[in-house]
Design a protein around this ligand. Sequence first.
Ligand SMILES: *Cc1c(COP(=O)(O)O)cnc(C)c1O
Length: 412
Amino acid sequence: MPTARDARNLDLADPLHSRREMFLLPEQIVYLDGNSLGALSSGVPATVEKVVRDQWGDHLITAWTEDDWWGAPLRIGDRIGRLLGAAPGQITVGESTSVQTFNALVAAARLRPGRRLLVTDPDHFPTNRYLAQSAAGLCGLEVVAVPVPDVCGFLREQGEQVAVVSYGAVDFRTGRLWDTAEVTAAAHAAGAVTVWDLCHAAGALPVALDDQGVDIAVGCTYKYLSGGPGSPAFIYVARRHHEIFEPPLTGWHGHARPFRMEQDFEPAPGIARTRIGTPPVLSLLALEAALGVFDGVEMTEIRAKSLSLGDFFIACFDQHLASLGFELMTPREGSRRGSQVTVAHPEAHALMRALIARGVVGDVRPPDMLRFGFNALYVSHSDIHRAVTTLRDIALCGAHHDPRFTTPTLIT
Ligand SMILES: *Cc1c(COP(=O)(O)O)cnc(C)c1O
């Protein structure tokens, strides 16, 4: 173990194996970057063509009602809700994750007037950290950076001043999965409101927003949900907060009567108040088509396959990479992993570029991490075997020292 043959046997026994045919992946590519940009699914091009030609082209402005463009943000929100354990009517799709995060943080702070702290992860994704600073400044709060392993203790001891607790379910660099239920419960015990970032969890593993009593969550749709480049993000607000939820970005789509064009803002009832302005309709409807790959699959099945892929990657790592100066950054224990494995190496950047040149696509994050994401709907155990053995071959022969791979690039 683990050989190419073992990989093939695991693939033969994999109930999701044929889902790969729903994606238009180039033949010779092993694509392990679906945690950054999900692959194109086969229903999307025809839908986009139809939306452009028939709806935009022929129906023009009437498409807002005739094709229900107006209903798309909430309709697609409900569809994503099924994957996140959220009952209908609690998710809107539109805007970028950054915009949704800003709206979520300020609205969360407004739910807890009189408290002065916003607690967040010092290792959170940059946009989340920057926006925490901005939102805190606007709301008169102080940002406290507390690493995830310490946050429950912090909330027990100093929680009475905490308004907002903002963390990611999965660390974007290491793929470490945090205990969202535990942190949410600790935040609630302290009287604080939670804002979870689900960018690396949505579509990757089961999430139980309603059951865990999460207050607010946001996430990307272009990663594991494969919605396409720049596809709009979602925001979840638990129903119990709807009537008092006050987003700072009060656009006309979130108004109670948008087409009356009234003088003052009055929020729409329910989750519709999180709408802002005209959404990117083409991207939104491309996302809706992309979500078809989740029809007939439970997130528990996706999780089982994803864990099997991660276990297999780690077994391959132990055999082929551990002795070559690579370090495993992701927990070995399945229950503490998202759907990604990260390995560190001082020459990470050049190694990844050499790997991509050989048809295996992952990415890198500073300072020295190579990330490999597993979308269980289209990644196979054989892909993992090829990825790890190709990386081993490159490291062994030093192919990454070629100047083609050592010059800096903007994005890898
Ligand atoms: C990918 C990601 C984002 C991206 O935000 P955009 O506004 O879509 O650029 C934000 N936060 C986290 C945690 C992410 O992983």
